[in-house]
Each structure stands twice: as C-alpha cells, then as structure tokens.
Write a protein that binds this ligand. Structure first.
Ligand SMILES: *Cc1c(COP(=O)(O)O)cnc(C)c1O
Length: 381
C-alpha cells in the first residue's frame, strides 16, 4: 500500500511509540496523585511540556495540553472572545479557507453577538498581511489565520500577519496544525499570541494536541472540573499521548530540514509528472506550500470515483480534507480560491512524508494519469 494521505493523519513514529508504552502499563499513575506513581507521571508531563514548548519557542507554562487541533482552535477563539468582551471588542478577523474547527466556532460566536470578517483569498490561496491590516477595526478582538492550509498546502505569511496584529493590539491566533513539525515555528519572533497543534499530523498519537497561549493572556477553559493544566483544561491528563506528542514533535523538529528537503523533492517530482495530464491544474501557490502537499484539480471527473480507483490499486489519497470527503460537498477552500463547484469536485490531494519513496512516486505517476483518462472515457463531459 502507498500511503499518500499524510495531511489526514500520519503513522506513529517508532520513537514516539516507544516513549509512550511505559505510561500505559508500568508508569500508569495519575499526575495529580501524591504518591510515587503519581510523581512519576507528573514528572513525565513536565518533561514533555518542556520538550514540546522548546520546539516552538514557547515557555513550558504557555502550553495547555488538549485533545487535538479542533479543541485547541476552539479554546483559542473562546479565549479571544472572553478577552474581547471584557474590553468591548466583539469583532473577529479570519479567512474563508480556515479549518471547520475555526469556521464553525466563529459561526457559534456570531450567534452570541460577535461579528466576523472572513477574508477572501486569491487564486493562489494566500491571505495577505495587507488584507488583515485593512480589516482591523477599533473593535477587533482577534485575528485567526492558519499557518498552512491542510487542503492545498499553501503557506500564509504568518510572521507579517503577526506583526500587523501586534502593532494594532489585536490578538493573533494561528491554526498551525498542518504546519507544526513540518515548518519552523517561533511564537515569539513571529508575534503569535495563540497557536494550535495536533500530534497525529506529525507522527504522534491521535487525540492529543497543544494550545499555546502567550503568558499574560488568561485562557478561557472549555472543560470545567479539576485544576489540571493550571486550571485551563480540566480532566486527568492523557500522559502517554502527551509523552508521545512531545517525542514526535522534537523528533520532527530535529530532522525538519533534512526531511523537508527529501519530501520536497518527491513532491516536486509528482507535481512535474502530473503537469502533463491534460486539463489539470495545480491548486495553491507553486512555491509557498508545505513540503509534502500536492493538490490537483482534474477537469471532468468526480474525485470520489478517482479515489476508489486509486485505492483499488493500493494508493491512499484524499479529495481534500477528510471532513469534506465525508460531507460529499465540494471543498470550501477551493471554492474560496475561485474554483467552480464542478472544478472543485475533481480535486485530488496527495500528501507525502519522509516514509514515502521515489519508487512510490513513479508508481503514482504511472497509475494516476491512466485512471483520470479512464474516468473521462466513462463520462465524457
Ligand atoms: C487536522 C486539522 C485540524 C484538526 O485537528 P484534530 O487533531 O484532528 O482535531 C485543524 N486544523 C487543521 C489545519 C488541520 O489540518
């Protein structure tokens, strides 16, 4: 099987798995317990917090461990809403290409009396710092702009957006779930106030993530109960998950440059090979994109049919984000980029990682163009 859907999720790394195992059956204490077993778990948690924070230039207490990217996004926006409400600021800036965890939370905040400006993007799928600056109003509480888009791989000018927000006194949150472990992150240098990341997108376990919140900003908790995570997220901590996440993140950061160079070479080979498929177009900026993500629209086909054909030949790919795939609706990201509904229905995302090989790329380039041609023969549009 060729796995080319790393934007949906990744395999657990051996190092992360090895680091996690003792916390299931040997050091299984509750970090809140006072005895030796509890102390062991507490120490593991503290060590993981230090390790993960160092990867993004944060200090350990600025990290809240969560259940993943969706929860972190939600906590960031609710935190911004509370912060804004206290100063009479009820306006949010975000973009049309955000993950649904952001878009749906903003919809909910609109029902609670907040107003939201969703910035459009151009054909390359980039949100500019100028657009953010132009949208800032006296009552703007926060801007939430993703670091890299999970469907197209396009990377946003996050440092510039951070500078614009900091200057205007607007909180800046970035959903870095698709970027973390793949692109360098330095929350201080990039003026990021809040950031979301999720372990399973960088070879950590599923169901665990982190919410970075700059010191001095009071975090609004989504879950009430015990005093875990310094009162910012109640509930017994997912110790094995957090340990695995920290291990995977530090591993990814340590090998980031080498991995990115290798994965980028596979990606570019794929992009060049697919360019010769008639009536196809690369989605998103050619250069400003994640090392492993390729998104292509093939005119005149339905991506579901293509996915099934590829799957039958042992290739796992996606039609966009995993969530969009379930809803059977064309991608909101591609439509925001100006693709028609029909064009967006023929989209395919191949997302690679360092476990993929050149032989696999050759195989995809052998199978995919023939599958596209076969589907077009079946239903000539
Ligand atoms: C995967 C993803 C999420 C959701 O993360 P989960 O850990 O699956 O909840 C949010 N934003 C982006 C950009 C993602 O790629």
């Amino acid at each position: 099987m060729i796995y080319a859907d790393n934007a949906a999720t990744t395999r657990l790394s051996d190092a992360a798995k090895k680091a996690m195992l003792p916390y299931y059956d040997v050091r299984y204490g509750n970090p809140s317990s006072l005895h030796t077993a509890g102390r062991e778990a507490r120490a593991a948690l503290a060590q993981a917090r230090e390790k993960a924070a160092a990867c993004i230039g944060a200090s350990p207490l600025e990290l809240v461990f969560t259940s993943g990217g969706s929860e972190s996004d939600c906590q960031a926006l609710i935190t911004a809403a509370e912060w804004g409400r206290r100063q009479g600021k009820r306006h949010f800036i975000s973009s049309a290409i955000e993950h649904h965890a952001v878009l749906h939370t903003l919809k909910k905040l609109e029902r609670y009396g907040f107003s939201v400006t969703l910035l459009p993007v151009d054909k390359s799928g980039i949100v500019t710092a100028e657009a953010v600056r132009a949208a800032i109003r006296p009552d703007t509480a926060a801007a939430s702009i993703m670091y890299a888009n999970n469907e197209t791989g396009t990377v946003m000018p996050v440092s510039e957006i951070g500078a614009v927000c900091r200057e205007a006194g607007v909180l800046f949150h970035t959903d870095a779930v698709a970027a973390a472990g793949h692109l360098p992150i330095d929350v201080k240098a990039q003026n990021i106030d809040m950031l979301s990341l999720s372990a399973h997108k960088f070879h950590g376990p599923k169901g665990v993530g982190a919410f970075y919140i700059r010191e001095g900003i009071p975090a609004a908790s989504l879950i009430e109960g015990g005093a875990q995570e310094a009162g910012r997220r109640a509930g017994t901590e997912n110790v094995p998950g957090v340990v695995g996440m920290a291990e995977a993140l530090s591993e990814a950061c340590l090998h980031m440059e080498a991995n990115a160079a290798y994965v980028r070479s596979l990606r570019d080979k794929l992009i060049e090979g697919l360019a010769s498929v008639p009536r196809s177009v690369l989605c998103g900026d050619r250069l400003r994109r994640l090392p492993g993500t390729v998104s292509v629209c093939f005119e005149g086909i339905e991506s579901e049919a293509l996915l099934l054909m590829l799957d039958a030949q042992g290739i796992c790919a996606s039609s966009g984000s995993a969530c969009t795939a379930e809803l059977q609706k064309s991608s909101h990201v591609l439509r925001a980029m100006g693709f028609s509904d029909t064009e967006a229905r023929g989209s395919l995302r191949l997302s690679l990682d360092e476990y993929n090989t050149e032989v696999e790329i050759d195989h995809i380039l052998d199978v995919l163009p023939r599958a596209v041609a076969a589907l077009r023969r079946l239903s000539p549009a």
